[in-house]
Write a protein that binds this ligand. Sequence first.
Ligand code: SF4
Length: 415
Amino acid sequence: MGNKFSIYTLGCKVNQAESDWIASRLVNKGFRYCSFDEDFDICIINTCTVTSKSDKKTRQIIRRAKKKGCMVIVTGCFVAFNKGFLKAEGVRYIPNKDKEKIPQTIEDLSQAASKGKPRLHTRPLVKIQDGCEQFCSYCIVAVVRGKYRSVLPGTVLENINNASEAGYGEVVLTGIHIGKYGIDFGKDYNLFNLLEDILDNTNIKRIRLSSIEINEISSELLNLIKENKRIAPHLHIPLQSGSNRILKLMGRPYSREYFLEKTENIRGLTITTDVMVGFPQESEKDFKKTCEIVKDIRFSKLHVFKYSKREHTRAYSMDGQIPPIIKKRRSRKLIDIGKKLRESFLKSNTGKILDVAFERQHNGIGYGTSGNYIKVFFKIRGRVKEGSIIKIKTSHMYKNGLWGDMYINKVFMVK
Ligand code: SF4
């Protein structure tokens, strides 16, 4: 077997963080990273099973990888309930709990070695936590990811320092349920303490939190985020529904009123969210409440999901499943609302100077993400290192974000 490998990642930021980790370990062991379009000897597929659409995509990718004639190793959430399919396809599989063994397993299977550099995220994802015990009634993640497990603070700091030394300006702290960080340590140490330690013991310019539950944003955590310029002024807080009846059926631990009151205190930060439509028994009245709250809070970005029936979850056998056509209509309406909110958020950010973590460039046009979570495009002037943070003065809306000009030698380079 040769030494070229590729990783195809589906699903959440935790999967992406884990794939980045596997890729760097393999490169350190002398394997050569390839993109999925190239030819390679080993293909790792890090899967997702959160919706039936993710399952379908996972099956397609496994079949595409097999056609390349390489060794296929499947890991991730899809593995838990699809072993029969994986066996029938004749591919190797490694469950979530053993993901960390993948680099060693591949090394054991291969003798070859030569160097290459993986194309990883330019805003490195640092995994701080895994597992969930909330068991929302629609969610398969808690079933397939297992109990709360936090990464030791020392390891988190080391990973962030490595990213900072490699020239990256921003890291994203990811996990399945980061608000529960530290709960498994058996001592009084939580996400707030971790952030304080990161601020004190690393030089990273910007830290961003990935998704966090509204009831887990303590006032000390919120104050720290608001007051410290090194923490991105952005929170992604899943709402899911604006109807108390549906929130209860979903097993979400807050009410519509609580969410409204709490987000009022968060004003000044960018708030993005996930909303689900078509949950069992969701009436027009329930859906209307979701539309209203979304407009009231004025989220800067909405991720709209259509409820998808997942076996092994409580909602699977609930009465009142919603027909696909209604889900589609509700999803379109909410996406429309989201687009309008996004547009007005983007417009309110034109003419501003934003600190942008530079990600990629194509034909001289670069793009990156600002602290307040806007994709900013600009013409590249001189050499800009991927991952670094640069100042851009925004001028107008462009694609799904803003266009701006690079700030060089205290002058904005207008085209
Ligand atoms: S909090 Fe709920 S939605 Fe989020 S991973 Fe846990 S069970 Fe799933």
